[in-house]
Design a protein around this ligand. Structure first.
Ligand SMILES: Cc1cc2nc3c(=O)[nH]c(=O)nc-3n(C[C@H](O)[C@H](O)[C@H](O)COP(=O)(O)OP(=O)(O)OC[C@H]3O[C@@H](n4cnc5c(N)ncnc54)[C@H](O)[C@@H]3O)c2cc1C
Length: 506
């Protein structure tokens, strides 16, 4: 017994030591294993107040605006290189004013940007020079800027990432993380190719016109209206470069503008269904043989230069998509992922900047963004407050693009001529229309007033030199289903395009 006691004691001590060692090692392992979870948890609790998907025009400007208000912003952008694309190359005077209100006016400086004071409009040998009005109540310099979009986007990204509370990371967002109808964050592939997550009380989807993510928030669908086909003619300068050249050609408009001190953008609208192939050279031949003869002689050499030098021809779909309010909480969709209109009036960037300004002001009173119900209220107010401006711009884009489509129908052709006459008539008509087009006065009443004015001008065209029965009939059509109502209604506009595509061969 006496010998057995120390034996048992020793064995018990050994067992205790062993158990303790196993427990200790195991526990340490668990602690180490817990570290990544803890890191995730820290992130979940909110390294960022806001996650922004996409650092294009909207995402970068929003990151800057929110960070200026002290928010911690995590921006995830799939490609940090300078974008090379054929969109967002002209900022209207109204857009420049909004940039200045956001403190971003210098992002349009030092990028070889070109001043634009108005338009040179061409139709069937006629030419009109029209300027953005100077005697308007508009509180900013009444000029626009043309530039390479990629340079502008890089400047916006630099501005955003210069603020200490902005984390601008390269990565591709794969999906939104949703819990019980509330968006909590995103899963994304970072630049090392690892799948990872980020959490924040508010996620802003700003991933552009090809957005994949908007479908998990909204059920609105984009409609492809037409294609913008274009290229750059290098090492040349337009005569009177401060006027963007708008040619009322067939099947629709053609534009030429100085995009840098040495380069000229040539772009035109073509409709789906019969688009020549770019890859096999049919498009270049079409531009040369069908479009170039319609370009006024003083611009033709520059128009042909790019084609002859083998400039890369691009085709961008023109999309239209109405804005819809999402049921989901903790998320907001902005920019082209939210709302698109015809680019004939080059105002998409202006709308997104206006939206950012409104959203920022609505968020400013909230100390933190963690109350999903309060954020939902903000989003609902945002949706209402943005309407007058966005509806005016969207409707103008729709109406203006309709008027620019050539037609064999006498009433529609009168509308086209009426638009040219109205724009070039001088006085309050020209200044009013240019203030609308320049985003200097984006008000619904002004829009309706000038659209009615164009219709009356078109009717004058049909009834001169004296009213014939056919002229009266076409005039009545302009006031009814073919006129203002058609221009204002998207449903009519879609029908118009369909009939145009059926009757017009390229
Ligand atoms: C042909 C054409 C011409 C136009 N011309 C003009 C014009 O002259 N003036 C004007 O004001 N407007 C113009 N617009 C409209 C304007 O370009 C857009 O309204 C504007 O660029 C929208 O900004 P955005 O931030 O929503 O999208 P974008 O500027 O396109 O930015 C989207 C960003 O999201 C990133 N992204 C996409 N998916 C992901 C993902 N899954 N994860 C991470 N990042 C992602 C993209 O890389 C991109 O950087 C034009 C449009 C078209 C189609």
């Amino acid at each position: 017994m006496d010998l057995a006691f120390p034996h048992v004691f020793l064995w018990t001590l050994l067992a205790f030591l062993l158990t303790w060692t196993v427990f200790y090692v195991n526990n340490r392992r668990k602690k180490v294993a817990k570290l990544p979870d803890a890191a995730t948890e820290v992130r979940r609790d909110g390294d960022a107040d806001v996650i922004i998907v996409g650092a294009g025009v909207g995402g970068s400007a929003l990151a800057y605006a929110l960070a200026k208000d002290g928010r911690r912003v995590h921006v995830i952008e799939r490609d940090m290189r300078e974008p090379v694309r054929m969109m967002g190359e002209f900022m209207q005077p109204g857009g420049r004013l909004l940039l200045s209100k956001l403190g971003l006016e210098d992002s349009l400086e030092g990028i070889d940007e070109q001043i634009a004071t108005g338009l040179a409009v061409y139709k069937d040998g006629q030419k009109a020079l029209v300027s953005f009005p100077e005697d308007n109540d508009f509180p900013y310099e009444p000029t626009g800027r043309a530039f390479y979009n990629g340079r502008f986007v890089q400047r916006l990204r630099q501005k955003a990432s210069s603020l200490p509370t902005v984390q601008l990371e390269e990565g591709t967002v794969k999906s939104l993380i949703e819990e019980k109808g509330v968006i909590k964050g995103v899963t994304y592939k970072n630049s090392a190719g690892e799948e990872t997550t980020a959490f924040a009380p508010l996620t802003v989807v700003c991933d552009g016109c090809y957005s994949n993510l908007r479908r998990s928030v909204n059920d609105n669908n984009a409609e492809v209206i037409s294609y913008q086909v274009g290229y750059v003619s290098k090492n040349c300068q337009l005569e009177d470069p401060e006027k963007l050249k708008l040619i009322m050609s067939k099947p629709s408009f053609t534009m030429l503008y100085q995009i840098s001190s040495t380069d000229v953008r040539c772009v035109m609208e073509i409709f789906p269904g019969n688009i020549p192939s770019i890859s096999n050279g049919e498009m270049a031949a079409y531009l040369k043989n069908t479009m170039a003869p319609q370009v006024p002689p003083e611009l033709r050499k520059i128009f042909l230069k790019g084609i002859d030098e083998g400039a890369q021809i691009k085709a961008m779909p023109t999309k239209r998509m109405e804005a819809t309010l999402s049921e989901k909480q903790g998320v907001i969709v902005l920019g082209d992922a939210f709302n698109m209109r015809h680019p004939a009036i080059a105002s998409g960037m202006m709308v997104v900047l206006s939206d950012i300004l409104i959203l920022r002001r609505l968020l400013q009173p909230l100390r933190n963004l963690s109350d999903a119900n309060k954020i939902s209220e903000v989003i609902k107010s945002f949706y209402v407050i943005r309407k007058p401006m966005s509806a005016t711009v969207n409707t103008l884009g729709n109406a203006f693009s309709q008027v620019l489509i050539a037609s064999t129908d006498e009433a529609k052709e009168a509308m086209r001529q009426g638009c040219f006459d109205y724009l070039s008539s001088g006085g309050f008509r020209t200044s009013g229309m240019m203030a609308l087009l320049g985003g200097m006065n984006p008000r619904p009443l002004s829009l309706i007033f000038h659209l009615c004015g164009i219709t009356l001008s078109s009717i004058g065209q049909l009834l001169s030199p004296f009213p014939s029965p056919l002229g009266i009939w076409h005039s009545l059509r302009l006031f009814g289903a073919e006129g203002v109502s058609q221009m204002l209604s998207p449903a009519y506009a879609a029908a118009y395009r369909k009939s145009h595509m059926a009757t017009t061969a390229l």
